[in-house]
Design a protein around this ligand. Structure first.
Ligand code: DUC
Ligand code: ZN
Ligand code: ZN
Ligand code: ZN
Length: 489
């Protein structure tokens, strides 16, 4: 298309600086970023951004759209998920391909079909749920031919997705050799199963039993174990949905010691607490069931502080939505409640309101944790995650003076529930531009199924810098004692 847009008079915010500048877009790409760009001719659409922030569209590193899970399928598919995302200022996400019976190629095929109605750009991580030579070969094919540079290992969900330490070690080794990033869902799945049985034996079958059965120590244990195994292999590690102080402190300690560990909090973990699980109305309490669980008061604030200080680096959602009619499957047993909460539409607004508006992070850090860091980690920067000449024109315009009220009445997710029901705040995404097309404006979505593109991600991003050097140092340190032994003899 030939759409040309000039965004005038706003404050352009990138992770590295904020400046007063105009942004000129042509054919879906940013062509110029500088003050006082002349309008040119009548075919240029001018958008006035005076008093507003012009920022890279959000990138959500963690979603589950059209996912078959716990005997059902998430209610948001790629189209409704993208509608929600774009209305909330997110212009790209990375979803998790789940293999079919352990088969990666079949999993990718199925996710390509699911994504046929995509309305914005997306990428894929891939889960590894089984191990054999074929899986190892397929991982290489995924990296070299299909633009996947990250693999996720579930340390929980015993009996379905869970991996053993043996599989995790093989997987870490394979990721390292491919220059792909290993990700973990860190909870001790064996202990969770034990904890669940305890609750059932005690007659605690409601949603509160979900949180009680898998306490923070089980997240802390698995996080510590994954970090140590990644250190043993000497490969970077990405810990998804860090929900507790216990897990966050393990990440902080590893970082202090120089290890390459990336911690991703999710919106629900940053701003909600587990008191919701005690609501006597099952429809309300069950909305908040996700794994790892939403923790008791205190964890969220500590995770916010860790995000401000850089211990945690980027914010996801784990958007994984179900209707109340799906959640009700578990009305007699919390183990059957499909796990997951919404957030794809709410993330940009909640992080702005709870972190920037409240003074906990700067506007440049806002762009970093909602967009740029994700683009850098997954090796798609500066095509994504920046407003620079040559970047994709994925841009939002945020009005810091306007207020919002969230809830199912207004959201674009297909779910009839919202864990942020009634939440109020300040800062509103008024315009969303997706690869040069205005898709959200004045509260109206204008999106087309099939217009979203698959974004390929190349291996060996900056997270791998220095790994070869530290491997060489390690090998040298192993030779040293052997030589000493010889000298003594
Ligand atoms: N946790 C959830 O709550 N939903 C999807 C998968 C997960 O790990
Ligand atoms: Zn053109
Ligand atoms: Zn998970
Ligand atoms: Zn998830």
């Amino acid at each position: 298309d030939g759409a040309r847009i000039l965004i005038k008079g706003g404050t352009v915010v990138n992770a590295h600086r904020a400046e007063e500048a105009d942004v000129y877009i042509e054919d879906g790409v940013v062509v110029a970023v500088r003050p006082n760009i002349p309008v040119g001719d009548d075919n240029v659409r001018v958008i006035d951004a005076t008093g507003k922030y012009v920022m890279p569209g959000g990138i959500d590193p963690h979603t589950h759209l059209a996912m078959e899970f716990m005997g059902t399928v998430t209610i948001d598919d790629f189209f409704s998920g993208h509608a929600a995302a774009l209305a909330g200022g997110t212009t790209m996400h990375i979803d998790f391909v789940i293999p079919v019976n352990g088969n990666l190629t079949a999993g990718l095929e199925s996710y390509k079909q699911k994504a046929a109605n995509a309305a914005m750009d997306y990428g894929f991580h891939m889960a590894i749920t089984k191990w054999n030579d074929e899986v190892a070969r397929e991982m290489e094919v995924m990296v070299k031919e299909h633009g996947i540079n990250s693999f996720k290992f579930f340390m929980a969900y015993k009996g379905s997705l869970m991996v053993t330490d043996d599989l995790l070690l093989q997987g870490l080794q394979k990721c390292k050799s491919l220059g792909a990033l290993a990700m973990v869902h860190a909870e001790n799945g064996d202990a969770v199963a034990e904890g669940q049985q305890r609750m059932i034996d005690l007659g605690i079958t409601g949603p509160e039993g979900h949180a009680l059965s898998r306490p923070p120590i089980l997240e802390g244990e698995a996080t510590a174990r994954a970090i140590r195994l990644a250190k043993f292999i000497n490969t970077p590690l990405y810990v998804v949905h860090v929900m507790s102080i216990d897990a966050m402190e393990e990440i902080a300690k590893a970082k202090r010691e120089g290890q390459r560990v990336i911690g991703e909090p999710v919106v629900s973990g940053l701003v909600l607490d587990d008191s919701w699980l005690l609501d006597p109305d099952f429809t309300i309490a069950s909305k908040y069931v996700m794994s790892p669980p939403i923790r008791e008061v205190g964890h969220g604030k500590a995770l916010q502080a860790a995000l401000s200080s850089g211990i945690l680096q980027l914010v996801g959602t784990d958007h994984c939505t179900f209707n109340s009619t799906q959640k009700v499957f578990g009305s007699d047993d919390f183990r059957k409640i499909p796990n997951g909460v919404n957030g794809l539409e709410e993330r940009m607004h909640i992080i702005w309101d709870s972190m920037v508006e409240s003074g906990k992070i700067s506007i440049t850090d806002y762009v970093r944790v909602t967009s740029t860091e994700c683009a850098k980690i997954f090796n798609i920067y500066p095509r994504k995650g920046a407003i620079l000449e040559g970047s994709d024109a994925d841009i939002i315009i945020l009005n810091p003076e306007r207020s919002f009220v969230m809830g199912a009445h207004a959201h674009h997710s297909r779910s009839n529930t919202n864990v942020y029901e009634g939440r109020k705040g300040k800062g509103m995404v008024e315009v969303t531009i997706s690869r040069g097309r205005v898709v959200w404006e004045d509260g109206i979505l204008n999106i087309a199924p099939g217009s979203g593109r698959y974004v390929r991600m190349q291996p060996f991003g900056y997270v791998f810098d220095g790994i070869e050097k530290s491997d060489a140092a390690y090998r040298a340190s192993l030779r040293a004692p052997v030589q000493r032994g010889k000298a003594v003899a």
